[in-house]
Design a protein around this ligand. Structure first.
Ligand code: ARG
Length: 609
């Protein structure tokens, strides 16, 4: 942070202006300088800048005077300074800054900051000129986002849906910021259960090597083999033999395993295609050899402990948490082993410096232990960043765990089908089927269906459980995908009504200033200017709901603006008599920001809906 600030200081010194990306960072730099000049004796003074909650208090606020006054009085200076005095002192050191219209002291010692309209205009103009909202600057990293990660032969359930949606959005955001992102699907495709699946396959379809077995219904197949495994000692023995042969990569057994995996894979891929999710499958099986060597390595380093026949590993603080089970008593590997092998591979082979795992919050202890053990083993160094992005469970409308009426887990493909059905109903209710062509209607239906499912998930603080309700997510009022998608098409249609293309608008940028005079225009622009800070916040904490709240804030500010400010004036017979280009530019900037937010959230806007 300190280095970043110094860099900003230099830039301001050089250019007399600031980097336009983060208003907060820029203001921090300005206040840091002023506070340093006012109180050179204080090492590392508190620099606190926030957005103002109320327009009465300006656009941003510096709240440093209060803690500074306290710090000063603890030094036992003879002349006691009140926070207001301190604020005055800081004010006197503030330099003219191109971003700021004025500073003012308020209340106990807050310094309110008012942004300059010209600054707003220059930022919006740069976006309009580029034809897109440019990403703020961050230090680039090699990031691995491990998400979705369903298990073969088991149903991909709503928990995996959450991981898929959240992980995809995080990856989109990091890619936008320019990080080098590797999206990995850590599929559960290895382990003891494959022994019984393969043994059963071989018994039931002895000529499986030449004739593809009909095992589309893997669920039933899994249940059958499990029953045999539990009841038939002979079968159990053969199942174990199959595991051993599988782990030794014996060809026929490997082929059987592949057949089973392919059935699941086809299902997963259908879901990914529908939701437009891109990721690389690199399941647990990939790490078999790596597991063998990590066990040897840990053994050599004396980091494994005997525990009832198992070999376990404690993290940096011995005795806290639960140790990882690295080798089971039967000699087999576990989920923990594959994660230890994977983390080493990701850091050392993939050269990742940032590791992100997206799973349900129930696994948070697992990832804490993994991080701690990886540090202890010297795999993770202090410069590596590791995040477990946890999330709460999905509930049904009865507030109980999301299940079908018969109590089964909900099939994802059926859930998406239901979404499509309900989205079409909604569009028909609004009589959109009467105005849209068949293709347009289909595009709108998919946009609404998949958009609303994703958005409803991302809108909630991911730590919390949330209630899955098609009725709620398909409402066209309030903070829903439907409302926002409509808002964007409406904004886009303004220029269309005025018969002005995007390119023409862009050309007019030189002659006509973006209109920010009216109170509602300026209010909307100031919301848009928050975009870089929202994005940088997510780069820090990986919470996406502020981006959803931001989208809603934009559309509300836009509606207020549109209500008060004419963009296109028509006479009584409906002919256009005046087009306000300055306002169309503001509308276009709004559309650019909304569009960017949508693409980060994985929503696909359509031209007509
Ligand atoms: N397959 C696991 C599950 O369904 C998730 C895997 C997450 N990734 C990891 N590296 N452990 O819960």
């Amino acid at each position: 942070v300190e280095m970043q600030r110094n860099k900003l200081d230099d830039r301001m010194e050089l250019f007399g202006t600031a980097d336009t990306s983060s208003i907060k960072d820029n203001l921090c730099a300005v206040f840091h300088k002023a506070i340093g000049a006012a109180y050179p004796d204080i090492v590392d003074p508190p620099v606190i800048v926030t957005t103002s909650s109320n327009p009465k208090f300006g656009d941003y606020q510096c709240n440093s005077a209060m803690p500074l006054a306290q710090q000063l009085s603890s030094f036992g200076k003879s002349t006691k300074q009140t926070p207001r005095d301190v604020a005055k002192e800081i004010m006197s050191k503030l330099k003219v800054f191109s971003v700021v219209e004025k500073y003012e002291i308020a209340g106990a010692g807050f310094i309110n900051v008012y942004l300059k309209r010209e600054f707003g205009q220059s930022v919006l103009r740069s976006w309009l000129w580029a034809g897109q909202v440019l990403p703020p600057y961050v230090k680039k990293k090699r990031v691995i986002v491990d998400f979705s990660s369903p298990n073969i032969a088991k149903e991909m359930h709503v928990g995996h849906l959450r991981s898929t949606i959240i992980g995809d959005s995080i990856a989109r955001l990091l890619e936008y910021l320019g990080h080098d992102v590797l999206r990995l699907n850590h599929v559960g495709d290895w382990g003891t259960q494959f022994g019984m699946l393969i043994a059963h396959l071989r018994d039931k379809f002895p000529n499986y090597l030449t004739h593809a077995p009909p095992i589309q219904d893997l669920q039933t197949f899994y249940k059958e083999s499990k029953t045999r495994f539990d009841e038939d000692k002979e079968f159990k023995k053969r199942a174990y033999e199959c595991v051993v042969k599988l782990q030794a990569f014996e060809p026929d057994i490997t082929k059987a395993w592949k057949m089973i995996c392919d059935v699941s894979r086809q299902e997963f891929e259908k879901v990914y295609a529908r939701l437009d999710i891109k990721l690389i499958e690199r399941g647990e099986s990939f790490y078999q050899r790596h597991m063998e060597s990590i066990v040897a390595e840990l053994e050599l380093k004396n980091m494994l402990e005997e525990d009832n026949g198992r070999k376990v590993m404690w993290g940096e603080k011995h005795g806290s948490g639960i140790p990882l089970t690295i080798v089971k008593s039967d000699g087999g590997f576990t989920y923990d082993t594959s994660d230890m092998a994977a983390i080493k591979h990701r850091v050392e082979q993939e050269r990742a410096d940032w590791l992100i795992y997206v799973t349900d919050a129930g696994q948070s202890l697992h990832f804490q232990m993994l991080e701690s053990c990886a540090k202890r083993a010297g795999i993770l160094k202090s410069f590596h960043r590791m995040d477990h992005v946890g999330f709460g469970v999905v509930l049904g409308e009865d507030k109980k765990k999301f299940k079908t009426r018969s109590g089964d887990t909900v099939k994802l493909s059926e859930l998406l089908d239901e979404g499509l059905k309900r989205a079409l109903q909604k569009l028909k209710e609004k009589e959109r089927d009467k105005v849209l062509s068949k293709d347009q209607l289909k595009a709108a239906q998919e946009s609404v269906a998949y958009g609303c499912i994703k958005y409803a998930d991302l809108l909630h603080n991911r730590n919390h459980e949330y209630v899955f309700s098609f009725d709620k997510m398909l409402e066209d009022k309030g903070n829903t995908a439907v409302y926002l998608l409509y808002a964007l098409t409406r904004i886009r249609s303004i220029a269309r009504t005025a018969n002005i293309t995007k390119d023409e608008l862009r050309q007019r940028l030189h002659e006509i200033p973006i209109s920010l005079e009216h109170e509602k225009e300026w209010k909307l622009a100031k919301v848009l200017l928050k975009f870089p800070d929202i994005i940088l916040g997510i780069n820090e904490d990986l919470y996406l709901h502020p981006l959803c709240e931001f989208c809603y804030e934009i559309s509300c500010a836009f509606m207020e603006f549109y209500d008060k400010c004419y963009c296109v004036e028509k006479n009584q017979s409906g002919e256009i008599v005046k087009v306000n280009i300055g306002r169309l530019l503001l509308a276009e900037a709004t559309a650019l920001v909304l569009e960017k937010c949508f693409s980060l959230l994985g929503l696909k806007p359509v031209a007509q809906m």
